[in-house]
Design a protein around this ligand. Structure first.
Ligand code: AMP
Length: 283
C-alpha cells in the first residue's frame, strides 16, 4: 500500500492509475477505522473494473463545531494503516491540515449545501455540513475518483454529497453502504469508545427504538403519537434526544403523516452523541 502524505505524491499516484488504465474508487474517512469503514473499503473494491482503492484519513477541523470534540477525536494512524494494508487497499492519503485547511485569510470560498443542511445535523451543528462539503470537494478535486463510497450511517451527509455531485456537475458516482453494527445493534462509530460501561449497555436502545418505530409506522400507526412514544422511551432510558423524526429520503424535509421515508435520530448519552437512522418502507 502506498502511503501518501503530500499533494505532489497524490498527483503522481493518480497519474500512474490513469496511465495504467485503472479506475479509482475513493473512501474518505476521519480515521480510527472500524468495520463500518472496512465495509466501505470492501464496497469500493467490488466496483466495476477492479478499481484502485484510495482511503483518505483527515480529521477535518472545519466540520467540528465543538473544540473539545475535535481535540479528543481518536487519532490512531499506525493501527489504521495496518488495517488498510491487511485489507489490500492500494493507497492511503494522509493530507496535512496546512494543505487542506490553510489559515482563513488565504482561504475564503465555501461549499454551501443550502436547504439540505437546514434540518437535523445541520440545525444541531451549525456550519458542520459547509465544512464537510468544502473538504470533500477539495478531496474530490485532488483524488479525482471515478467512484466515491460513503456510509448510510451519516444519511444526511450521504444525501448532501449525492446532491453536491449532481448540482456541481462533479463526474463522480456516489455509492451508499448500509450501516455496520455491533451484535447488539449499536451502529459502529469512532466515538463509541467514549461510552462508559453503563452507557454502552443503554446505547443499543437507539437502534431498537428506531426499528420498533419503523415497524409500527409500516403497520399504519399515527406519526405524531408514535414519534412521541419513541422519544419518551429514549428519555426514560437516560438519553437527551436532539431529534427523532420521519423525513423525506431525498430532500430530508420533515414528514407530518405516516408515509414512506427515513427515520433520522440523534441522541446524547452523557457527553456522547449517537446518530442512527432507519428506512420506513410503505408500499
Ligand atoms: P467518519 O470516519 O466517521 O467520518 O466516517 C467515514 C465514512 O465511514 C463516512 O462515509 C461514514 O458514513 C462511514 N461510516 C462510519 N460509521 C459507519 C458504520 N457504522 N457503517 C457504515 N459506514 C460508516
Amino acid at each position: 500500500m502506498e502511503i501518501i502524505r503530500t499533494l505532489h505524491e497524490l498527483s503522481n499516484w493518480r497519474r500512474a492509475q490513469a496511465e495504467a488504465g485503472r479506475r479509482v474508487a475513493f473512501v474518505p474517512t476521519m480515521g480510527n477505522l472500524h468495520n463500518g469503514h472496512l465495509n466501505l473499503v470492501r464496497a469500493a473494491q467490488k466496483q466495476e473494473g477492479q478499481p484502485a482503492v484510495v482511503v483518505s484519513i483527515f480529521v477535518n477541523p472545519m466540520q467540528f463545531n465543538d473544540v473539545n470534540d475535535l481535540a479528543r477525536y481518536p487519532r490512531t494512524e499506525a493501527e489504521d494503516i495496518a488495517q488498510l494494508t491487511r485489507h489490500q487497499v492500494d493507497a492511503v492519503f494522509l493530507p496535512s491540515e496546512a494543505d487542506l485547511t490553510p489559515a482563513t485569510d488565504s482561504f475564503t470560498i465555501r461549499v454551501d449545501p443550502g436547504e439540505l443542511a437546514a434540518h437535523w445535523e445541520g440545525a444541531t451543528r451549525p456550519g458542520h455540513f459547509i465544512g464537510m462539503a468544502t473538504i470533500v470537494t477539495k478531496l474530490f478535486h485532488l483524488v479525482q475518483p471515478n467512484v466515491a463510497v460513503f456510509g448510510e450511517k451519516d444519511f444526511q451527509q450521504l444525501q448532501i454529497v449525492r446532491r453536491m455531485v449532481r448540482d456541481l456537475n462533479m463526474p463522480i458516482e456516489i455509492i451508499g453502504v448500509p450501516t455496520a453494527r455491533a451484535d447488539d445493534g449499536l451502529a459502529l462509530s469512532s466515538r463509541n469508545r467514549f461510552l462508559n460501561e453503563e452507557e454502552r449497555l443503554v446505547a443499543p436502545l437507539l437502534h431498537a427504538t428506531l426499528t420498533d418505530t419503523a415497524q409500527q409506522l409500516q403497520q399504519g400507526a399515527l406519526l405524531n403519537d408514535t414519534l412521541e412514544t419513541a422519544r419518551t422511551r429514549l428519555v426514560d432510558a437516560g438519553f437527551v434526544v436532539d431529534y427523532f423524526a420521519l423525513c423525506r429520503t431525498d430532500t430530508l424535509d420533515p414528514l407530518y403523516r405516516t408515509e414512506r421515508g427515513i427515520l433520522l435520530a440523534a441522541a446524547r448519552l452523557g457527553a456522547i452523541r449517537l446518530l442512527d437512522n432507519q428506512h420506513v418502507v410503505i408500499d
